[in-house]
Each structure stands twice: as C-alpha cells, then as structure tokens.
Design a protein around this ligand. Sequence first.
Ligand code: ZN
Length: 524
Amino acid sequence: MQKNIIFVIVDALRADRLESGGYYHNLALNINKIAESGLNFTDCHSTGCPTSVAFPSIWTSTMPLDYGGYANGVYGRPNMLSEELQSHGYQTFGITTGHPSSSQNGYDRGFDTFVDLIDMYQWFRSKYITNFKDDIDSWTSNSISDDDICKKISTSYGSMLVDTIKIISNINKYNVCNKRNNINKLHKALINEQNTLEINTMQIVCKLKQLKSNFSVAIGNPTVTKWIKVKIAYKKVLRFYLNRKIAFISNRKLNSGKVVNNVAKNILRGVNKERPFFMYIHYFDLHEYKFLIPQMSFKRLAHLPGDIFKAYKARGLKGGGFLYDLALINVDRHILELRNNINKNVDISNTLIVLTSDHGTYAGPPFRPKASSFEHLFFDNFTHVPLMINGIGIAAKTSHKLISHLDLAPSILDVSDIPISDNMQGTPVFDCEKGERDYVISESGGSGQCNISKKPFYISIRSKKIRCTYIINNFIPIEREVYDLYSDPDESINLIDTNYFMEWRNRFKSITKRRVKRLHKTSL
Ligand SMILES: [Zn+2]
C-alpha cells in the first residue's frame, strides 16, 4: 500500500526559530525531533508572504502571480496536490484555520472531507471589503439607485449568508466546542437575517452603510440598536487600553491547535485502513502570537507559568520575540498531541509526516530598518521556512540545498509514487544534487487585490550568495535592493549603490525581465 501522509502547515513558523534551523534555544522539542530523525531542509523558501501569496504555490507548485494572481486562492489553477492524491486512490482529509486558505478560495479541491475552522471575524470583514463595500459606496454617493443597491445586496449578501451557514454547520458536524464563537447563536441569527433580507432588503443596506466591516455585530437584528452601538464602542475602547503595552486581545477569534487536534482525532478514527490517506492540518496559533487572550483556554492557562519559565530560562527576556517563543512552545505541544493521536489511530509504520510553514513574520531578531513598502516581505524572516519529512523510507539527514515551496507538492507526489503533472513548476527534493537550483524566486502583487497591470508588483531572487529585489512598474523592473548573504546574513546593508556582484545582478535582472515578460503576456 502507498504511504499515508500527514501534511502539517504551522502558519508563520520561522525556520530560524527552531533549533533544527539554527536557533540557539530548543523551545520546540517535538518539532525538532521530527527534523532530527527525518530529512531536514535548512534552506527552504516560500514564494511569497503572507498566507494568500504563499498558499497557491504550496498546493499547485505554480508561482503566486501566475493564473491571474493569488487573490482568488487556487481558482483557475491546475490540479492541487490533494486532487492528484485523491485521483490516485488516496482518502483525503483537510482542516484549515485561516480564511485565505479556506474552501471559499478553492482550497477544498480534491478533499473527501474539508473542515473550514476559520475565524468568523476575519471572514465577515473580508466579505464586506470584497463583496459589499464598492456597491454600498456607490449607493452612498448616489451613483446607483435604491432599487439597484437592493438587487445587488440581495444577491451578494444572500449568498454570503448561505456560505456562512454552510461553514458553521460543517464546524458543528465535528463537535467543535467553541463557546466564544457561539456557533448555535450565530446560526439562529443568520436565519433571522435571511428573513430580514427577503422582507426588507433596504434595512440590510442601511445596516451595512452604518456599520461597514463591523456589520456582523448586528446580524440577526433588523436595525442597528443603541445597544449594538454601545457594544462596538465599548470593545473599541477596551482594545485600545488593553493593547497599549502588549497586544492582549485581538478582534480575531481563531480556532486553536487544540480544536484542530480534536477534529483531526475524530477524522483519524474513521480512516479506512485498507486504503492510504492524506491528511492536511493547518495551525494558526503562532500567526497570532502577539495576542495572549484569543488562544486562552483552561489548559493553556495552566501551562502558561511553566511555559513562561521555560522560555525565560532558555533565552531570557532580552533579544526580542519572547511572545513568539512562548506561542511556539504552545504550538509544539499541539504537535506532540497530534503525534500521539497518530500513533494511537493509524499504522505509524506506513506513515510520513511532512511539516512546513507558509511564511515567517516579524518577531525579534534580526532587527533591521524597515524596508519601504512591500520589499520587507522578502527578508529572510518572512520567506525562510522549515521543511521536514519524517517516517517510512526516509533516512535522517540534514540538507542545506536551496529549495522552494514550489518543490513541495512534487516531492509529496514523488514519495507516493504518483506521476508529477507538467503544470507543476517544482522538482522533488529527493532528486540528486545535480538538479539543484541555484536561486529561488518570491513575488508579491502589493497591497489589496492582486492587479499587476494597474499596480506595482515585486520580485525577489535569492541565491546562496546574494538576494536582489525589484519593483515592477508598468512591466519594467527596477532593482531596489542587493544583499550579500555571506557577509551580511541579516540583510542589513543594501548594496544597490555599489558595483558589487555585477555578474549575479545582471543574471538576476535578466531572469526578472523574462518573468515580467511572461506575466505581461498572460495579463493581456
Ligand atoms: Zn500564513
């Protein structure tokens, strides 16, 4: 039988904060064990940051700006890894905790079971920005009539309500105990909202105009009452005061790794042992490391003093990134729990664990001046991600070869003896050193919607020796940053005004030009 595969994405896990990635302190003992007793890649890079940019490459082995960009997730892209595995006999299960990686962006493709454990705050907010804002603004400025806005909102808001009910019903199916999201109350409110939309669409339009992206607070209420206004104002003041020194509370209400593990346990128990399975698990806890409250539970609270002591003893308070390390200790506990569940429920002798993250984040060193606009998202702490493969048939080894997230899906297919489709741009990481890349590319469409023909976009090329960043305006690349990675691994001195590394820089410039030319052609 083909190997079972457990694919774990720890959102925002920086490679350099693991001992296996060179950190001085081993705070993530269980993740480190996976790295040490498996194949550990120390120089793997994501194709972009944040989540929405990185995910298309992880799943389809195509670049973020290809296929019209990453704004709509994997819609319009070739087969996902999960689809390839499913069509070759795998049972496929997925759990995601981030809205950008949810079924709404097509990431449920190829999954027999896909659970969107997404944060509802982020979900409603993004719906307002992408689906309602433009229409409400046009109506407010009298560009469209009352009839028109009611027709538009009736359709867009109506389908948002249907999608939301679908998502929360799915969450309920897996017995997710999450009182803070208060799923059942929300379900009732959504049904009420559907009635209001049908009877008096203008009431909904007025609510959206008044509350904008906060509209979810009034779901279920036909109008914005005084009490709702007080509630919004109170929360705003509370957040302002509590978050002044340390970010205690977030608007987001993420589902923690504990919730994810409970759903995963239920799924693992029901796996058909006669067939191989692929299980994808996404943890969001580390992404929200600055916020202490959203991840609190009795268990987390009970562990907190011990975790603080452990982090303090290992690394002290100096150096920055203490909260990140604290959150990492907690995530590592989720990994241990997951491994225990795997050991109990499946044939471990035929199972592989693949662990990576989608991108990094700001959290302590290296400290560097913030680069202008989007270039900072290409620094090592944003693109350098861990990649470890552990289990049957994999010998313990550390590999320093330069690889990209593009190589991830082809590697998993390769290890599962499934042919790699021509659309995939990466190569399996197990291929002998002769096929080694000497550079990797990351890119970004800048802020908001990904529209490269109207906005500047960015490309960064990294070798073992140097890294260059380009800004592309009207499809013309301009070099913006050059870093010597050997003598300046923290990327603190921009060599743009020198004539160092001209051979590399000319080569990278022509690679960028070729990439831009291709993007220009497909954008026409
Ligand atoms: Zn992410």
